[in-house]
Design a protein around this ligand. Sequence first.
Ligand SMILES: [Mg+2]
Length: 147
Amino acid sequence: MVKIPMKILLVDDEKDFVEMLSLRLGETGEKVTPAYNGKECIDILEKNPVDVVILDIKMPGMDGIEVLKEIKKRFPLVEVIMLTGHGTAETAVQGMKLGAFDYLLKPADFDDLRLKAETAWKRKEEHEDRIRKAEAKLLMRKSGGIA
Ligand SMILES: [Mg+2]
């Protein structure tokens, strides 16, 4: 079977970290787009379909929470996983209350990250599937069919 790649947007101001993680995720067949700040993240989301955003909290300019709010406002179906250092774990929990799927403590374990990203992706797929079914049902009702 052909594996459908997850479309991951990786946002972190630490270039080495982004490059290393992009490489590893690429090796496991995922489609990774790197971004190094919040503005870049939003620009990419405007132009490309993305399943899961892995989002650093501490960044210069727009911080992760601001970026998360913008994502949830404009692209509500995109799932977000927050990346946090030990000092900002509480902020990560705040992020979850604002709609982030989960968070990861840095330095993130690769398998853990992959698993969380896959679970987030699955949730997005299921959510979109329910929306499609609801739309189909609505159409049936409108056309006078039984639904
Ligand atoms: Mg950072």
